[in-house]
Design a protein around this ligand. Structure first.
Ligand code: HEC
Ligand code: HEC
Length: 227
């Protein structure tokens, strides 16, 4: 856990000054209380927090909490529904069933989340208070297809955006940013594809599956459309 925290800090520092605020929350992770004031939570920080949170929920919760299997009535793929039934409480974040369940260690049932992950989820829910309702995590449980919107939902947002936000280097915040590492119709010449093909990315040892790699390959070779 210590090693992961250090690696995360390192990557964050390396990639973007706008992550400095986040780094401070890592350093102070004995407190669950948000270190982010509402003034300092801008849209790009929210996008990063959201990407990281989606990634945590996708890998630790989605298997039991999706639109088909809604254990305890919870579907982590649908933020609107979670807000509607109090799983995420935007007005009083500490009352969110989601945060209570991860903080008291009851969810996921097999092993509690790491503290750094809990801090991210906590800061994300707290940041939602100042967010227009249109900023909604996309459903992650629709099947992956070789289209940009599907790849964005399944791969870029949950697995890349946390490190590749808006500032500096390659960004996967939207279509035009993504196209900076894509050569349309030529996956072999695209840094995006090269980086996942050899498991160089994502940089946190969570290699993409062959199905995910194939979807990126097909999308690029079919013209890398904004579809
Ligand atoms: C292996 C399956 C499984 C995983 C993984 C899992 N849960 Fe659950 N979860 C359940 C079951 C089963 C229930 C219903 C338990 C009950 O009603 O006592 C539940 C209930 C809940 C509830 C409702 C608790 C309440 O007080 O009503 C929340 C919130 C929740 N889970 C959040 C999460 C989150 C967040 C994650 C990931 C960090 C997660 N769960 C991972 C199986 C799982
Ligand atoms: C844990 C942080 C992290 C995650 C997650 C991550 N990256 Fe990176 N990525 C980095 C860092 C740091 C660099 C620059 C240093 C390097 O290349 O090792 C980088 C570099 C890159 C580069 C440039 C490589 C080059 O040859 O110049 C590409 C392309 C890239 N990442 C794509 C992705 C994609 C696509 C994903 C998601 C599938 C992803 N990354 C996930 C941290 C991350």
């Amino acid at each position: 856990m210590i090693q992961l925290n250090r690696q995360t800090k390192f990557n964050i520092l390396k990639l973007s000054v706008s992550f400095l605020v986040l780094t401070m929350t890592y350093q102070n992770c004995s407190h669950y209380n948000s270190q982010l004031s509402s003034e300092s939570t801008n849209q790009s920080q929210l996008a990063v927090l959201q990407g990281q949170s989606l990634s945590i929920l996708t890998s630790n919760c989605l298997q039991c909490h999706n639109s088909n299997l809604k254990q305890g009535g919870v579907n982590v793929a649908d933020l609107n529904e979670m807000i509607a039934n109090g799983v995420v409480n935007v007005e009083e974040p500490d009352l969110s069933f989601l945060l209570r369940a991860v903080k008291d260690g009851s969810m996921p049932p097999s092993r509690p989340l790491q503290q750094s992950e809990i801090v991210i989820l906590n800061d994300w829910v707290n940041a939602l208070k100042d967010t227009p309702p249109s900023v909604t995590p996309p459903a992650v449980d629709q099947p992956l297809t070789a289209t940009f919107s599907s790849i964005q939902r399944h791969i870029l947002q949950p697995k890349c955006l946390g490190c590749h936000g808006t500032a500096g280097g390659f960004s996967y915040a939207d279509y035009s940013a993504t196209m900076r590492s894509v050569v349309a119709s030529n996956a072999t010449a695209s840094k995006l594809y090269q980086s996942i093909l050899n498991n160089q990315m994502p940089k946190n040892n969570a290699a993409l599956t062959s199905v995910e790699k194939k979807a990126v390959l097909d999308w690029i070779n079919q013209g890398a459309l904004n579809n």
